[in-house]
Design a protein around this ligand. Sequence first.
Ligand code: ZN
Ligand code: ZN
Length: 356
Amino acid sequence: MSTMSALRIVEWGRAPEIVDVAVPQPAAGQVRVRVAGCGLCHSDLTMAAMPGEIGEALGWQLPFTLGHETAGWVDAWGSGVEGYTEGEPVALVAPASCGQCRACRRGLESACANGVVGRGYGRDGGLAEFVIVEDPDRSLLRLGNLDPRFAGPLTDAGATSHHAVARVATRVRDDGAVLVIGAGGLGSFVIQLSKLVTGGKVVAVDPLPHRRDKALELGADFVVDGVGTATVSELGGVLGGLPVDAVVDLVGSNETIAFATKVIAPAGSIVVVGAAGGSLRRPVLGGLPGDVELWSFQGSDLADVRAVLDHAAAGELKVETTSYPLSGVMDAYEAMENGTLEARAVVHPASTPKLD
Ligand SMILES: [Zn+2]
Ligand SMILES: [Zn+2]
């Protein structure tokens, strides 16, 4: 077999397409992974819709294969690679990081000065049967007993959630609460991790009833259905006076950021992960309570990826997924856009390990 199907961005501003490409051969120092599962991310669609100038300014060259939440089985490797066995389950770190710059030396790979091209954004990712890992020492993580068909979302949605919860956790007291705005793909991880690493109650906000049900299943103590003015008092009632020590905003719109600033307790922590383009206004009077800290980021560090994989391997973190074949990937994106996905969508380009 010399060709495979891959979901690629072939032209800026146009929907991605499934095209036939050559099966990549691992060069010296590289490992080829057979993709068992690749999670879909909202940013895939954002990238495809981007004007070409932005992509080019980032150094991204078309075409490239999408997919930055990848796990699979080690399939082949080039000369100089040692220590892997064929069929071994692994997860792939998507963001590129150099390991040399000031941020990387501090373990802050998400701030790497040289990390704008990642697996699935700017170079080939996991929405194809095979993917090449150029830097296995930095980017391949052994999965042990975790099933690679469903582990992909841990490396992005899971790791980003871990990064957020780790940022705010020190501000959360046992007699306080964490407010999670958005109970979708990332929210399901943020809810579980907040329960795991803080002693506070967890409140999830989501307008969609099936997501609120899922949030309760995953350990949220309370759910609220929106961020309107009425909901500020509703939240107060639900919490029975418990202060909101942290807000993890996975939407990031004007409305959700305004809501976060209204409900946060003094000395609380707000982290805005969602990229809906909202801005923060800080009036002189009636603004943020004293000593509130604000975090803004996209992404995660290698330590976050390792931590979520450890939590999952220990059975402490559930990965909620909905499976699609590669041929159904556009249906999955459509369901994501419509908010009808039950859980993180995972595409399975290769469904069983090669047994010969
Ligand atoms: Zn993503
Ligand atoms: Zn770096």
